[in-house]
Design a protein around this ligand. Structure first.
Ligand code: OFO
Length: 191
């Protein structure tokens, strides 16, 4: 191949549509990080240090997700466009509300991830389809994790949870694992 041909060769392996979707998902992950930062600050200000710690750790996870999208776009020869991150919205009104809103935000993110999976499937962009599978699994974990928290708060009384039960929940959350165990990893020996 002549050097002229090499210079004019298109090395972008992402379609316009996929590149745009990946960029907007990158911003969405940054937005999720801002939400967790805001809720973590709210929890700390309300003396829930364990919940706050959990949410701050999660904010970092969302930043890592953002970087995964950024690096993938670059790796495939696409153009990264870093845009403004929308504000996180109002603070939660209670611990129950905090996890309810967190769950809704995770479901919203899962839906956005599924759209990119579908787009890549429709285009036959198997590299992107394969890349997105990590996020499909991650979202299942995140939804399960938050669902488990919501269940615990519901058992403790939901909106009416007593100070005592919130105190033990807060203490447990300080050391809770950031990842939920998925049903697909269960066996008869270890249900
Ligand atoms: Fe990025 O996983 Fe939550 O939102």
């Amino acid at each position: 191949m002549t050097s002229k041909k090499i210079n004019t060769m298109n090395t972008n392996r992402l379609s316009k549509t996929i590149c745009k979707a990946l960029n907007s998902q990158m911003t969405k992950e940054a937005h999720a990080a801002q939400i967790y930062l805001a809720y973590g600050s709210w929890a700390d200000a309300n003396s829930y240090q364990g919940i706050s710690n959990f949410l701050f750790r999660h904010a970092n996870e969302e930043r890592n997700h953002m970087m995964k999208f950024l690096e993938y776009i670059l790796e495939r020869g696409g153009t990264v466009s870093v845009e403004a991150i929308p504000a996180p919205g109002p603070n939660p009104t209670s611990v129950f509300d905090c996890f309810k809103k967190t769950f809704e935000q995770e479901v919203d993110n899962t839906e956005a991830i599924y759209k990119i999976v579908k787009l890549s499937f429709d285009e036959g962009d198997w590299a992107t389809w394969n890349f997105m599978q990590w996020f499909v699994k991650e979202q299942t974990e995140e939804e399960t994790l938050v669902m488990n928290m919501l269940d615990k708060i519901k058992i403790a009384g939901g909106e009416k949870a007593s100070g005592e039960s919130l105190y033990s929940l807060d203490r447990d959350l300080a050391s809770t694992d950031d990842e939920a165990e998925l049903a697909r990893n269960k066996t008869v020996e270890a249900p």
